[in-house]
Design a protein around this ligand. Structure first.
Ligand code: ATP
Ligand code: MG
Length: 215
């Protein structure tokens, strides 16, 4: 018999267009986050297909079936696992089945941690977080051979003063034909947020790109 993963489901933490995230507890009472991809919409299938195409881990996935959503869920699980094992702070992946992903809950007592977009910190704290995020981009690139591909202030949570990268279903391997383009976009998003929105002095996109990919 399959071991029980979820003991009790609680409320919705987030209800997006593509997925819902719930707070749940394991049979032992530990907090869990359960992300459920909503199957179907054809735009969603189209938009995610480009991240699956070119990934050797996901060849031969038919475009027009719920298979694609299952592959997408499996891809997020695998990406989380690979990132976690390389030392990048992400929610620890626990289990997946079909369109359901179970992972570590980032937050306390059913209250999720805030997103980078939602916090207000001192300049020193922000710079420390910035450096950590760049370090993670570098580990992803060098060690995990992955690019997050949707990195921004909306997909980074701040938990116990530290950044936690989330929402990694679209992350691609470096052999994906658009990997470098996605990497540049991630770096641009991060630099733009810290520089333009927070007004902090951080290195340029070019400098960071060099730092990540060489030296
Ligand atoms: N492991 C987690 N622990 C706690 N909260 C989480 C966790 N993962 C995601 N969340 C919350 O759920 C929200 C949506 O998750 P995520 O970004 O992975 O999905 P999404 O498909 O991008 O949804 P959206 O379109 O709403 O951003 C996050 O912004 C965060 O608030
Ligand atoms: Mg998101």
């Amino acid at each position: 018999m399959r071991r029980r993963i979820i003991g009790k489901m609680y409320g919705v933490i987030s209800s997006g267009k593509e997925a819902r995230v719930y707070w749940a507890k394991s049979p032992k009472g530990e907090d869990l986050a359960v992300k459920i991809y909503l199957t179907s919409t054809s735009e969603f299938r189209k938009s995610i297909y480009q991240y699956i195409l070119g990934d050797p881990r996901f060849e031969y996935i038919r475009k027009d079936t719920r298979e694609l959503i299952y592959a997408w869920t499996r891809k997020e699980y695998k990406n989380l696992k690979r990132m976690y094992e390389c030392g990048v702070r992400v929610p620890k992946p626990i289990f997946y089945m079909k369109n359901i992903l179970v992972m570590e809950f980032i937050g306390e007592n059913g209250v999720r941690a805030p997103l980078l977009k939602e916090v207000s910190l001192s300049d020193e704290e922000y710079i420390r977080i910035f450096n950590k995020v760049i370090e993670y981009i570098k580990i992803l690139y060098r060690k995990a051979k992955l690019v997050h591909a949707d990195l921004s202030e909306y997909n980074i949570m701040i938990f116990k003063g530290e950044p936690v990268l989330i929402d990694v279903s679209q992350a691609v391997l470096l052999d994906h034909p658009l990997a470098i383009e996605f990497l540049k976009r991630d770096i641009r998003n991060i630099v733009r947020y810290f520089r333009c929105e927070l007004g902090l002095q951080v290195p340029s996109e070019e400098e960071i790109f060099k730092l990540v990919t060489s030296g």
